[in-house]
Write a protein that binds this ligand. Structure first.
Ligand code: SAM
Ligand code: SF4
Length: 425
């Protein structure tokens, strides 16, 4: 791992009631602090990935080495599909509500077994992107403790709705990195985005607990905010404030446009390409002028973040289906049919991870190109083209059968069988 967790930060804080970021817990840098000399900003001068959260801070060299050794570094895996919130933009909704017969969720034991398989393939990180809220999965702590016992890093995406001081302590002790949903400075906007009154205050309090516990005190940090930028709820000034707050406080800024899946599989919710470009250009300018960080950004992520998941990871959903990423991109296997090792080493999976991803996001770019297939067809579109040239990949063919790719569809509300006469999958 190329992490350096040792450096402690010593930031100068002032109370700034007049700041728009006052709605965030009270960390705001004094105006006389030279932002360019903050330890995490200095560390980012030599390696931009030092600003990304531990467990996700893969640089090109790490990826190159992993590729040379055929190592899987990063396992994404879903926990429960349950969630108490109702985000209007949630990409994971179709996974949660399933009318498809025999689509059975993985058990805690099966998840632990998959994690062990990933460890044997070289994985150092297990990420929970969340089909729902991972923290309310009955097996959540058992699994996080298991990951820790294997010497791996947990990366948790959470709304913070169920995060109290005891949970923050436990996550800290178990070495987890936390991506907290923090879509807006304004708690009322947060409430509207998740459809639940009082959520914004809970998220704010969760942020306070994580900061207090010191999740942002290492380099790279162990704390990130996940911010989705939607046409309805964001102006660029809001995002700029959130972004500066992240940079000042060594919180990884995971700021991006929506993935067009699930509830967000709808043009009206998505930033058009030009606005997405404006968003990342705004962050680039702040970084260059105020923090002395120079880089070329890559749509759709701001702040110089470049997703490399496809080169080094796999995603396993609630039912054991395997994809290249949790944007539910391309189907590569099914763990009720094959082992993780067989999926990782299949010809098609190998083909997918060979070109450098370096920030490219297939699901979003496809949408911006106007190629509008059904949600299920998108997952095998590229495979079918590859298959026409190279013939069947037995692992993907078994996965297609198990998923029922020809008679199941993902809708904005859930997965359903396309026709009532279809045989159960
Ligand atoms: C799917 S949620 C699951 C974990 C947890 N329930 C939460 O909301 O943080 C993980 C993250 O994905 C974000 N997200 C949800 N729908 C999205 C979409 N269509 N595009 C991009 N991110 C999305 C959420 O805001 C959240 O920060
Ligand atoms: S984004 Fe997270 S909190 Fe919101 S509905 Fe989806 S799973 Fe629940």
């Amino acid at each position: 791992m190329d992490n350096n967790h040792a450096t402690l930060l010593n930031v100068h804080l002032i109370d700034a009631a007049e700041e728009r970021t006052d709605n965030l817990p009270n960390l705001r840098l004094s105006p006389d602090v030279d932002r360019k000399s903050l330890p995490h900003i200095q560390a980012a001068q030599s390696r931009l990935e030092n600003l990304w959260a531990v467990g996700t801070d893969y640089c090109e060299e790490t990826i190159r080495r992993a590729r040379a050794e055929n190592r899987l570094l990063h396992l994404d895996i879903d926990m429960t599909g349950e969630c108490k919130l109702k985000c209007f933009y949630c990409d994971r909704t179709p996974d949660r509500y399933s009318d498809v017969p025999d689509r059975t969720e993985l058990s805690t034991q099966e998840r632990k077994d998959i994690i062990l398989q990933a460890r044997r393939l070289g994985a150092t990180t297990v990420e929970f992107p969340g089909a729902g809220e991972p923290m309310i999965d009955p097996g959540f702590w058992e699994i996080v403790e298991y990951i820790h016992s294997l010497g791996m890093t947990t990366v948790l995406f959470t709304s913070g709705y169920h995060l109290d001081a005891a949970a923050a302590d436990r996550l800290y002790e178990l070495g987890a990195s936390v991506f907290l949903k923090y879509n807006n400075i304004d708690t009322a906007v947060q409430d509207r985005m998740v459809g639940v009154r009082g959520y914004g205050d809970k998220a704010r309090s969760a942020m306070g607990l994580l900061l207090e516990r010191g999740f942002n005190k290492s380099i790279p940090t162990r704390l990130a905010i996940d911010v989705v930028v939607t046409p309805k709820y964001h102006d660029l000034d809001d995002v700029a404030d959130l972004f500066r707050w992240c940079r000042d406080n060594n919180v990884h800024s995971y700021i991006m446009t929506l993935i067009p899946e699930g509830m967000a599989d709808h043009k009206s919710l998505l930033l058009e390409k030009e606005r997405a470009n404006d968003l990342i250009e705004m962050m680039r300018k702040i970084d260059e002028e105020e923090y002395g960080l120079v880089y070329s950004p890559s749509r759709p992520m701001g702040g110089g973040y470049r997703c490399r998941q496809v080169n080094c990871g796999l995603f396993v959903n609630l039912f054991g289906e395997v994809y290249d990423c949790n944007g539910l991109s391309r189907l590569v296997g099914h763990l009720r049919q094959d082992t993780l090792e067989s999926v990782w080493n299949s010809a098609y999976a190998e083909k997918i991870r060979t070109p450098d991803q370096n920030g490219f996001c297939l699901v979003r770019e496809r949408q911006w190109q106007g190629r509008d297939l059904s949600a299920m067809n998108r997952k095998v579109e590229e495979y079918e083209r590859w298959r026409a040239k190279h013939g069947d990949d037995a692992v993907v063919e078994r996965a297609k059968q198990a998923v029922g790719i020809d008679h199941v569809e993902l809708t904005r509300k859930g997965a359903m069988v396309k026709t009532p006469t279809t045989q159960p999958v």
